[in-house]
Design a protein around this ligand. Structure first.
Ligand code: B12
Length: 217
């Protein structure tokens, strides 16, 4: 049969290496261009993030993280509609995930990346944005299709708001219907325990892996 190789993988590797180089060298313009190019060439969002951006970040540290988050946000959210059409065919889960940054906190980058990764895994995500009132999370928890609430927070000062969400869910007898996962830079095992959340994740991939198990049950 002669030499066989996977053309799609070779092709993807070419675009992914370009992303790694751009993130390594902290070149914001190249990050945007290479991410856009990879999307246009059909590389999956999850590969762009997992095999490209995250590998590049090993070299470039915190500054790279901030620039890459901005670049991803711009390029991937712009392409979201197209991506969603592609993903509709491959939805694998029943039940929706609601995600938002809790009231008092306006950090959006990590929440947006988490939401993009969830969508790229084929999950149905309702993104409530930032500075979301506890009552708003509760309102969405009543929707029959909602099974997971993801709360993002980067400020430690908002812990009480998370407790508020949890007590509203308890009062509404929604605790068995929806599971709550915490994410964002301020997350810790202590806060997860104090707030009584079902789980916490220190990065988006870890979070998606947990949610995947919940949506399969
Ligand atoms: C960028 C940034 C900002 C930007 C935000 C821009 C934006 N649109 O988001 C701006 C300048 C607006 C900002 C403002 C402030 N910031 Co700020 N900010 C940061 C910084 C430098 C990076 C955050 C970031 O975007 N990281 C990149 C993303 C990709 O990482 P991430 O959020 O952790 O997300 C990942 C995971 O956590 C996960 N994830 C995130 N959410 C979720 C949700 C779920 C459900 C799951 C599963 C996973 C998940 O997925 C992502 C990918 O893995 C951090 C420092 C740091 N190292 O974290 C400070 C930081 C968070 N900020 C801080 C502070 C204090 C502030 C201000 C109060 C400053 C001020 N005095 O005005 C204000 C707050 C305003 C407000 N009310 O919210 C402190 C918080 C300290 C604390 N623990 O309370 C930090 C830690 C800086 C510091 N060392 O002091 N900030």
């Amino acid at each position: 049969m002669g030499l066989e190789y996977d053309t799609k993988t070779d092709n993807d590797n070419y675009y992914i290496n370009k992303i790694i180089d751009a993130v390594n060298t902290l070149d914001f313009y190249s990050m945007k261009e290479s991410i856009k190019e990879a999307i246009d060439m059909g590389v999956s969002v999850i590969d762009i993030i997992k095999r490209g951006v995250i590998v590049g970040l090993e070299e470039s540290g915190e500054m790279g993280l901030i620039l890459a988050a901005e670049a991803l946000e711009g390029e991937i959210i712009l392409n979201d509609e197209q991506e969603q059409k592609r993903l509709k065919k491959s939805r694998r889960y029943s039940g929706k995930v609601v995600i938002g940054t809790i009231k008092g906190d306006i950090h959006s980058l990590g929440k947006n990346i988490a939401s993009i990764i969830m969508k790229s895994y084929g999950m149905d995500v309702i993104d409530l944005g930032v500075d979301v009132e506890p009552k708003e999370f509760e309102k969405f928890a009543y929707l029959p299709e909602v099974k997971v609430i993801g709360i993002s927070f980067l400020l430690s000062s908002v812990e009480n708001r998370i407790k508020e969400v949890m007590s509203l869910l308890k009062k509404g007898e929604l605790k068995d219907k929806v599971k709550v996962i915490l994410g964002g830079a301020a997350v810790s095992p202590e806060i997860a325990a104090e707030t009584n959340a079902d789980a916490f994740a220190t990065d988006a991939i870890q979070g998606v892996n947990i949610i995947e198990k919940w949506l399969r049950n």
